[in-house]
Structure formats: structure tokens, C-alpha cells
Design a binder for this molecule. Structure first.
Ligand SMILES: [Zn+2]
Length: 124
């Protein structure tokens, strides 16, 4: 089946956001994201091995990576440190394009404000 123009332009924008994220990480002295266990561990350590949305304990195996600000032509989230965050699979599946602050409020307990603050601070 032929792909729509909109689908194709969104794919192109995703590639662009991936590249910009890579250059942005390099400019900040960070190693760009690659499939690497050390980077998974770094993400997990920074977030105390918890889903950054609901707080469920996660490990290398259950880790799911989400773009806090979606990487699409509407939101323009970068594939870069600070926007790539560790979460559990249920949160990742459920979040989709929802505004991340609202979603954390919905899924989180009393620590919602704390999580939002920490994530805001790290966003590129
Ligand atoms: Zn979660």
C-alpha cells in the first residue's frame, strides 16, 4: 500500500530530529545514543531504576525508552539525552502523544511534582 505524504514527511522529520539530537549531544559533550548497555545503565541509575512516570522498579530487561516530548512533526522532540527517558512498558504504551506532565499526574502518586521537576530540569 502506498504511504501518505504525511507519513513520509513525518518519517523524514524523525530522521532529522535524530540527527539534530546527535549533534546536540555531541556539542554538550555527551555520547550520542547507541544501542549500548552502559547507556541503559546510565539512564537507569539517573532515575534510581524506576519508571520516570509511575515509579515502578525497572531493570535492563524491563526498561522501555520513551521520548518525553514525542519525536514527530508536531512536537519536535529530540532524540537526545534528557528527552530519552526510562519507563515501564505499560506507561510507554499508554502515553502515546499525551502531554508528559499530564500523564505523570495521572499515573503517579505523591511524587508526581518531584518527577516533573527532575524531568524538566534535564530536558534539552
Ligand atoms: Zn511506569
Amino acid at each position: 500500500m502506498a504511504r501518505s505524504k504525511s507519513h513520509i514527511s513525518n518519517s523524514a522529520i524523525r530522521i532529522f530530529l535524530q540527527d539534530v539530537g546527535k549533534f546536540y549531544d555531541e556539542a554538550r559533550g555527551f555520547e550520542p545514543f547507541v544501542p549500548k548497555i552502559a547507556q541503559k545503565d546510565e539512564l537507569l541509575d539517573y532515575f534510581n531504576h524506576q519508571c520516570c512516570i509511575c515509579g515502578t522498579q525497572i531493570d535492563r530487561k524491563s526498561l522501555s525508552k520513551d521520548h518525553l516530548i514525542p519525536m514527530n512533526k508536531t512536537s519536535l522532540g529530540l532524540h537526545a539525552w534528557g528527552n530519552v527517558v526510562p519507563c515501564c512498558s505499560p506507561c510507554n504504551n499508554e502515553k502515546q502523544q499525551k502531554p508528559w506532565q499530564d500523564f505523570i499526574q495521572l499515573k503517579s502518586d505523591s511524587e508526581a511534582e518531584e518527577r516533573i521537576k527532575k524531568l524538566s530540569h534535564s530536558l534539552p
